[in-house]
Design a protein around this ligand. Structure first.
Ligand SMILES: [Zn+2]
Length: 369
């Protein structure tokens, strides 16, 4: 066991401290070599995180009781036993049942603030968070309870942890595009609380192109555009997300590797891909973390970041994804710092804030032992 005293740098932006801390960083030795908690502490952005996917089993049991919503499971142990998935759909079946316990503004606040606490402990200085209003409004939960509770928590997270954030409203692609348009219209009274829109849920059989109209309307409102594509769906979905939706970032994008012309395009334009290694293993997109294509993606020159997707279901938050991926794919600390830098640069913060976030990372690195 090796312990090193590290004094982190201080960076200020808009009168706030991005990161200041004095702490002991411990390194542990694994079978594969030295693994540093350095990567967990790296100042980073999380760009692919579904807030409903942070619902921990203990909170799920609590919400079930508090809101009198029965579950198929009666204990935390039974929930954990149910988290064995064979594909995206088998996960979504559990995910939507769990999300059914979220009813009130306080529920959404509690859920979001619990995530922010974990993210702050994992070095996240900026988070762009997905939420799925249709999962809730279709059950009769008022839109303002959903967005109000989440936004209150983001404000509290900024005050408590100095973490900046943005909210990206995702449309459920397994529902008709007309319902997505209804959702965008319902969100307009809360326009100032939104950073962008995205597209998620069951991918195969639901190509992005069907949502061209609602994405065009969102763009006209000045919202930023992202889309899940190429997780289970074919490379054609990635092309569609780029060319038909105008997506500025691709969430996942693993299957782009099957199309050389698409890789050339993504590299040339440095389109950010928000990769989620633990998710890919848990949903059987790859067999083992050691088989994850992230190393190949980086070697090809793709612009990738590491994110946690639905961490309470996939075995770890962003820090665990960084540490686990470094071990499994034998990334150097410098390579991991490059991934963290990618995440900050791929965020949608204004340029001057982005420069401050990157400068904060560089300051952190300058104090590396
Ligand atoms: Zn996702």
């Amino acid at each position: 066991m090796l312990s090193t005293l590290v004094v982190y740098g201080v960076a200020r932006s808009s009168n706030r401290i991005l990161w200041i801390s004095t702490r002991i960083v411990c390194c542990r030795r694994s079978e594969r070599g030295v693994v540093s908690e350095f990567v967990r502490e790296l100042p980073k952005a999380e760009l692919h995180l579904h807030i409903e996917g942070t619902l921990e089993p203990a909170m799920l049991v609590s919400l079930s009781g508090r809101n009198h919503v029965p579950l198929r499971y009666s204990s935390v142990a039974e929930i954990e036993a149910a988290l064995q998935f064979t594909n995206l759909q088998s996960f979504l079946d559990v995910y939507y049942e769990a999300a059914g316990t979220l009813l009130t503004r306080q529920d959404f606040f509690d859920l979001t603030f619990a995530y922010l606490q974990r993210a702050a402990a994992d070095g996240v200085v900026h988070a762009e968070i997905f939420f799925d209003p249709q999962t809730h409004t279709e059950r009769g939960v008022p839109f303002d309870a959903v967005i109000g509770g989440i936004s209150d928590a983001l404000a509290a997270g900024h005050a408590e942890f100095g973490m900046s954030s943005g909210l990206i409203m995702c449309f459920l692609r397994h529902l008709p595009a007309g319902r997505a348009m209804d959702t965008l219209e319902a969100a307009m009274p809360f326009r100032d609380q939104l950073l962008g829109v995205g597209l998620d849920s069951s991918e195969v059989g639901h190509p992005p192109g069907a949502f061209a109209g609602v994405f065009a309307a969102a763009r006209a409102e000045g919202l930023r555009l992202v889309s899940h594509a190429g997780e289970e769906g074919p490379p054609e979905y990635v092309w569609e997300a780029l060319d038909v939706l105008g997506a500025e970032r691709i969430d996942h994008g693993n299957r782009a590797l099957e199309d050389a012309a698409l890789v050339t395009r993504l590299v040339a334009e440095q389109v950010p891909l928000t990769v989620c290694p633990f998710s890919n293993v848990k949903l059987a997109v790859v067999d083992r973390l050691e088989d994850h294509p992230l190393r190949r993606m980086i070697d090809l020159g793709l612009n990738v970041s590491i994110n946690s997707d639905d961490p309470s279901y996939f075995g770890g938050y962003i820090g665990d994804n960084y540490v686990g991926t470094q071990v499994a794919l034998r990334f150097s600390d410098d390579e991991m710092a490059g991934i963290a830098r990618n995440s900050l640069r791929a965020s949608f913060v204004p340029d001057h804030e982005k420069q401050a976030l990157v400068a904060n990372l560089d300051e952190f690195l300058s104090h590396r032992p």
